[in-house]
Each structure stands twice: as C-alpha cells, then as structure tokens.
Ligand binder design. Structure first.
Ligand SMILES: *[C@@H]1O[C@H](CO)[C@@H](O)[C@H](O)[C@H]1NC(C)=O
Ligand SMILES: *[C@@H]1O[C@H](CO)[C@@H](O)[C@H](O)[C@H]1NC(C)=O
Ligand SMILES: *[C@@H]1O[C@H](CO)[C@@H](O)[C@H](O)[C@H]1NC(C)=O
Length: 188
C-alpha cells in the first residue's frame, strides 16, 4: 500500500518529465472578439465590454491538462489584457495576464493566449487586467473539470451554475477612470 502511494506520484512525475502525457492532451482552440455594446443590466443603459457578443463572456469549460489556445481580437479603442484567474500554467507560465510579463493587445490587433490547465479542479474566472475595464465587463467563468482517472470525492452534481459577483456601476468606466485620475472617489 505504502509503496503504491509512492510509486504512483513517481510514475506520474516521470511521465510528465518525459512529456508522454502531452501526446494525447487535448488542444482547445477558441476565437474571441472583445468589443463594446450598449446594455442595461441594472436598468440604466451604459457601454459594456462584450466577448463574442456575450455579457458576461463565454464559459471557458476545460478539463485538467487541456491546452487552451484563445485567439483574442481586441475591437476596443484601448489596449486590452486578460487575467486568467486560478490557472496554474506549466507551459508559458508568463501568460497569466499580469502587466509587465504580458503585453496588452493593442486596439485592432489580436494575440493568442496559450496555456495548460494544471493541477486544479474547480471554478475560476477571467477578467480584464487594465484601465478599470472590468467595471464594464469583459469577464466570465472558467471551469476546470477533473479527468476521469482522477475521481472527485462526491457524486456528480445534478447541475452546475457559474455565478459572478461584483460591484456594478451605472457610470461609464472611462468617466470613472478619469475621475479617479483627478482624485475623485468612485460613485456608489
Ligand atoms: C464541460 O465539459 C465537460 C467535460 O468535457 C462536459 O461533460 C460538460 O457537458 C461541459 N459543460 C458545458 C456547459 O459545456
Ligand atoms: C470591430 O470594430 C469594427 C469597427 O471598428 C466593426 O466594423 C466590426 O464590426 C467590429 N467587429 C466585431 C466582431 O465586433
Ligand atoms: C491573429 O489572427 C490570425 C487569424 O486568425 C492568426 O493567423 C494569427 O496567428 C493571430 N496572431 C496572433 C499573434 O495570435
């Protein structure tokens, strides 16, 4: 029993080192366009940030080990950068969307994020990193499902829902940003 406990992680590490697991690791490909639209989630119309015409953005439904490639087209009028929350990346670990390690995508340009979902099972989310854009949307849910060989310690839920909770402002995010720059606090 004890030797089994030891042998399994050792085998998994060895396979990882040898890159064997990559051979049949699924590669997922997505094309996302980030753009503006007018929506009124709280009854007051304002400019929001959509992904593929969805607000909030599409669910990124993945399984541990998947290699995710997302070609993001920035159709905003300003630079755009995604933060991928909860994604531990073995490959290209600098592609987590932190300004400084990852350049923003310039307006009218596109860039392909490529990372592997590693060692985490659960619910996470992505959001815009810069310029207070996340006050206007551009976020969505990430699910990292377990692989069948790694069973979860409870029965499969009947249904799953992704709930994103945050502050919502009826003011335009660009107006709020310029107010903040002038030292005026955010509205309620
Ligand atoms: C997410 O992916 C899992 C595993 O491939 C699949 O069983 C499930 O139906 C998918 N859910 C959605 C909402 O696409
Ligand atoms: C991107 O923006 C251009 C104008 O700047 C517009 O013509 C085009 O329809 C937009 N595409 C999408 C997918 O939003
Ligand atoms: C931009 O999109 C084009 C067309 O889909 C693609 O061929 C190209 O690789 C993308 N560029 C980057 C830097 O991701």
């Amino acid at each position: 029993m004890n030797s089994m406990k030891f042998a399994l992680p050792f085998l998994v590490c060895t396979l990882l080192l040898l890159g064997f697991l990559d051979a049949d690791t699924p590669n997922l490909f997505f094309e996302w366009t980030v753009s503006y639209a007018q929506r009124s989630p709280l009854g007051v119309q304002k400019q929001v940030i959509m992904i593929n015409d969805q607000f909030p953005g599409p669910l990124l439904n993945t399984t541990t080990n998947d290699i995710v490639n997302i070609n993001v087209f920035n159709n905003l009028t300003e630079p755009f950068l995604f933060t991928w929350n909860g994604v531990q990346q073995r490959r290209n670990s600098w592609q987590d969307g932190v300004q400084g390690t990852n350049c923003p995508i310039l307006p009218g340009r596109n860039w392909t994020y490529s990372f592997q979902m590693k060692d985490q099972i659960g619910s996470f989310f992505y959001f815009p990193s810069l310029l207070l854009q996340k006050a206007a949307g551009g976020y969505g849910a990430i699910r990292i499902n377990n692989r069948p060989v790694i069973p979860i310690p409870f029965s499969t839920p009947y249904k799953e829902f992704d709930i994103l909770i945050g502050d919502w402002f009826i003011s335009d995010y660009q107006d709020m940003r310029s107010s903040l720059d002038r030292g005026i606090p955010l509205p309620s």
